[in-house]
Design a protein around this ligand. Structure first.
Ligand code: HEM
Length: 442
């Protein structure tokens, strides 16, 4: 790792801010013998996504120990392809309709719990909600006895930057107490309780849960042992709630800063009576979610790809072993693709299809997020339900700056006050659409 590599690892936000105007779209984070490049130039990102047969995905020091050595998030080759087939089929197309009821029930219950006058922490609320939804989809139930310890364990590991760094680097071997030992002990307990929770759900719920699909033993995956299964349960629960929670919190944050856009979305919802499940019936709400994912991408970077053979990328010769990391946050700040990139402007996504190399909140190529369609569905349905039911007022908008949680960026602890009827409330005191606003760090 070179100096840039250390800056990126330790001061990610200011590093990204400093490179936002760098037109080369590439910076070295490490040199020989371990070359590593952070890449955001659209053509180079596109080239990487198109060349993945000459790359393998690298594990991650931060997420690897959390999700386990067999995780589909870091699998390669035929095993990766098999996981994509089994999990991916359940998370796209008409099968997504099976989750509408799950999402609707979960958001209704969460909103029932908010009473006018109450103040709540938005990112915590969205994390709890999205974990319940993915708990239902993966395990067939969202019992607090299983998900409560899971969420506390993730919070213990990634809840603050110092804790993440401590768990990542202070791996004291042997019996001495350390964050690493605590982390390992808790992981063993969590994994045990997830397997216990998955077994009856698997038997009772038939092939409808992801746990059941994974343990069915059918091709192309074949039999999956307990250790491998538990890594997938942790991976899906983690990947399936953390980023979606940040995405929903960011969308609500931006909407509550922008009275005009919020009002227009409320008008759209009132006119259609829609719950947000069908993107084509709520084009503005869908564009709002897309723009929130652009301006505040929950995942700052896509996975690290390592070249398995020498090759030229962006006209430069690169040796085998070079690590290439597509940078989502910087790709989304490209002023040529997004004039005034710091401005929240959902109109950018109305009637415009963005290419996969300039808009990549879900990564791309053969590793593109398997839950992208589910995440967009959740975002629209949760935001629609919140806007219908409650007028929210943000008490500390200054907390709307990116906060690192592992490799993900969620907003800080935004406190929201629950108001009365949403259609009458002019709540936020925020900026109008299209006017410059406080620069939110990327
Ligand atoms: C707004 C919410 C989400 C965002 C921003 C997001 C983002 C990402 C990103 C950037 C990647 C890496 C892609 C790459 O390296 O090219 C990824 C992978 C993945 N995500 Fe998501 N994700 C979200 C929600 C979900 C949900 C709801 C699930 C449901 C289970 C999910 C499951 C996965 C899986 C399984 C992978 C690994 C794919 C592979 O390696 O083949 N994600 N996600």
């Amino acid at each position: 790792m070179n100096l840039n590599g250390y800056r990126f690892a330790l001061r990610t936000r200011s590093f990204l801010e400093a490179h936002a105007a760098d037109g080369t779209g590439m910076v070295e984070l490490g040199s020989a013998p371990e070359p590593r490049l952070l890449v955001w130039h659209p053509e180079t990102v596109g080239e990487i996504f198109r060349s993945e047969q000459q790359m393998v995905l690298e594990g991650s020091d931060t997420l690897g120990p959390l999700v386990g050595p067999h995780s589909l998030l870091f699998a390669n080759g035929p095993r990766h392809a098999a996981y994509r087939k089994v999990v991916g089929t359940a998370l796209r197309g008409h099968r997504l309709a099976a989750y509408h009821g799950t999402i609707r029930d979960a958001v209704d219950a969460a909103l029932d719990g908010l009473v006018p006058g109450e103040v709540f922490c938005l990112p915590e609320w969205t994390r709890d909600l999205t974990l319940r939804i993915i708990g239902q989809i993966v395990l067939g139930h969202a019992g607090h006895e299983t998900l409560g310890p899971f969420t506390r364990w993730v919070e213990y590991t990634l809840g603050s930057r110092p804790r993440t760094l401590a768990y990542r680097h202070l791996r004291v071997p042997g019996p001495l107490p350390s964050p690493w030992r605590t982390f390992r002990r808790r992981r063993t307990e969590i994994v045990h309780s997830l397997l216990e929770a998955a077994r009856p759900a698997t038997a009772a719920a038939g092939p409808s849960t992801l746990a059941a699909r994974l343990s069915a033993g059918s091709e192309p995956l074949g039999p999956v042992g307990d250790e491998e299964l538990s890594d997938q349960l942790v991976s899906l629960l983690f990947a399936g709630h953390e980023t979606t929670a940040s995405a929903i919190a960011w969308t609500l944050f931006w909407l509550h800063r922008d009275d005009r856009v919020r009002h227009d979305v409320q008008e759209e919802l009132a006119a259609t009576g829609d719950d947000g499940s069908a993107a084509e019936r709520v084009p503005l709400l869908n564009a709002v979610c897309q723009e929130a994912l652009r301006i505040s991408p929950p995942a700052t970077v896509a996975g690290n790809r390592t070249l398995t053979a020498d090759r030229r990328i962006a006209g430069r010769p690169m040796p085998a072993g070079t690590r290439l990391t597509p940078c989502i946050a910087l790709a989304h700040r490209n002023p040529e693709a997004y004039p005034h990139p710091w401005r929240f402007d959902p109109a950018r996504f109305l009637d415009t299809r963005r290419s996969a190399q300039e808009y990549l909140p879900f990564g791309g190529g053969t590793r593109r997020c398997l839950g992208a369609n589910l995440a967009m569905l959740e975002m629209r349905m949760v935001v629609a339900a919140v806007l219908r039911r409650h007028a929210l007022r943000c008490l500390n908008p200054e907390a709307g700056v990116p906060n690192l949680r592992g490799p993900a960026m969620g907003p800080g602890p935004l406190r929201m006050a629950v108001g009365g009827c949403p259609r009458r409330a002019g709540t936020s005191g925020g900026t109008a659409a299209g006017t410059p606003m406080t620069r939110t760090e990327g």
